[in-house]
Design a protein around this ligand. Sequence first.
Ligand code: KPL
Length: 301
Amino acid sequence: MNEQTHLVVGPGALGRLVALHLAGVAPVTVAGRRALPATQMLVTPEGMRRPVPLDMTTLAELPPLAPAYLHLTTKAYDAQAAYESAMARLTGTPILVLWQNGYQVQPELQRRHPGPVLCASTTEGAWLTGDEGVTHAGRGITYLGDLTGRHTECGRQLAATLNRAGLAAEAVTDIETRLWHKLAINAAINPLVARYRVRNGQLRDRPFRPMVERVVDEVAAVMAKVGASPPPGGWHAMVWQVIEGTANNRASMLQDVLAGRPTERDAILGPLLAAAHEHGLDTPCLEDLDGYLASVSVTLR
Ligand code: KPL
């Protein structure tokens, strides 16, 4: 196994952002469902355009590689299938890195993968400029950690590599809490903006503001039951801070609904509703939003 090689499966905005940065410091192969141009344009947050050659392939044509890292950067609903396709072709057992939103894929693949599993929670902002490249819209930070607490060194090494590659990263020992925090943010913002087709910042106004407050109350009650410790300023403050900071964004779930793509409903609302049922909690707003997303969900490929 080459200690330095990375296979990135899922060349969406985040996958390409990660791959184009890693390519500056290590050999990288990118695999997706369909072939993409071998030179990708990275537009930096400062507006610089940087063409980067990448080893682009498809999952069907993936050669028998033995990468040190397998980064799964697909949407949550595609992660299991992408994992199976990639692992069927690899010859070794890589360190699996899960970049998905929510908290559904992570525990499942943690149980399944025979090697170390790292979870990544990122605030990097990126969007695709078509098949040819990606725009790095805003710099963020990526937290890396493993759910078992056994692979802290793997997290530290990958964080060091990402920092060298130009993406700020930090190895942490509380990744589960951080994944729950991100899930709380996504649960409070994404279904509402998708349903009412508004930008994140519009949630500050009537009639949406009280809706956000009620959703966060329900999310906070579930979080207390699953033992996820609240962020320093509390759940409400954390959500309003992200709404403020991303006011102009069209959230990913709104983009998915507008494009007729599947949403991350199962990964984001699924774990909350499952925990609410398990603990006998009443969560009418979350149920209602889940019902809406079920009604617009399209059949998975
Ligand atoms: O993560 C996001 C998303 O769009 O999925 C937020 C934080 C809501 C920013 O838009």
